[in-house]
Each structure stands twice: as C-alpha cells, then as structure tokens.
Design a protein around this ligand. Structure first.
Ligand code: CUA
Length: 177
C-alpha cells in the first residue's frame, strides 16, 4: 500500500521485478521510436511546412510590411489596404492585436515567398478552408514558399488565444485567376 511508508527505507535498492524492468524497456523503446518518428514524419507525412525562420524585431518587421503594402496597394477596404504584389514577389503579412494585415491579392499558380510574423503577441495563422496552420511569434520571421492552386477568397482566423479580441482577429487572402 502506498499510504503507509515502505518498511525498508532504502526501497530503491531492492531488486526490480522482471515485469517492471520489461515495462521500463518498452516505455524507453517507445520513447525512442516516437522521437525518431517525429523527425521521419517531417519527410514522409507531408504535413509539416518547411519554413525558413529568421530573427527580426517587431518594429523592423512592421516597417517592412508597411513599405510592402504602400508599394503594391491597389485599393482599400475600411482602412485596410488591399495589396496586389507582382507574381513571384516577396509578400508580407503581419499579425497583431487583433487583425491580419494587409489584405493580399495573389495570382493562382504563381509562387510567392510568403513572410509571416507577429508584432506583439503569439498568434495562430489559420488559413481556411484549406486548413494550413502556423504558429506566429513576435521576433521571428517565417518564410514559406507558397503557390496557391485554387482561385477564391480565403479567410485567415487566429487560432491561438490572444486576448479579449481574439475571436475578431481575422484577415483575407484573395486568389485570382
Ligand atoms: Cu491573435 Cu488569437
């Protein structure tokens, strides 16, 4: 019984039951298997995005996105710029309390270098309905090689809780033919 102290105070020096050794070995091997499978899954699972990641200060990232938006802005919607970068260009999106900024307009079948970062807290970039999910952290700029294959209007939701306006944190990417 675990309620009473063991009779032998140095209980850890007692011989281990064979069955217990067996379970320790099983747990250890399973741990090893899971560890290496985590790495293997990156290659065989086709689920993980291979991103490049760089350090960046939130202020520097905000400046880059603002310059990008100003350069390629074609319209605006309730004060949010609609930005149409040329095909193959670097595109920038930032997350902040509580919006994804700006609205991007991309061309179907073209490849872009898609930059993503936050300028305040941790957010979750969730692109719907294709269900691409990326954690977005302040201080880190992630770059994804991105080729939209379907035209349409995609919604971005924040799927990591980031405060009182979390449920309002949405954005849009438009893909045109
Ligand atoms: Cu941003 Cu939740």
């Amino acid at each position: 019984m675990a309620i009473t102290p063991p009779e032998n105070r140095l209980w850890w020096n007692e011989p281990i039951e064979r069955v217990e050794i067996g379970w320790i070995v099983v747990a250890f091997l399973w741990g090893l298997f899971m560890f290496f499978f985590m790495i293997a899954w990156h290659f065989i699972g086709g689920q993980n995005l291979s991103t490049e990641t760089y350090r960046v200060t939130p202020a520097a990232y905000e400046e880059k996105v603002a310059a990008f938006a100003e350069k390629y802005q074609v319209d605006d919607e309730m004060g949010v710029p609609i930005v149409r970068p040329p095909a193959g260009e670097d595109v920038y999106l930032l997350g902040r309390l509580w919006e994804w900024w700006p609205i991007l307009e991309l061309k179907k079948g073209q490849s872009y270098r898609f930059h993503l970062s936050s300028v305040d807290w941790q957010h979750g970039f969730s692109l719907q309905p294709v269900n691409i999910n990326i954690s977005v952290h302040p201080g880190y700029e992630q770059i994804i090689n991105f080729t939209p294959t379907e035209a349409g209007e995609y919604g971005i939701a924040c799927n990591e809780y980031c405060g009182i306006g979390h449920h309002l944190m949405t954005g849009r990417i438009r893909v045109v033919e």
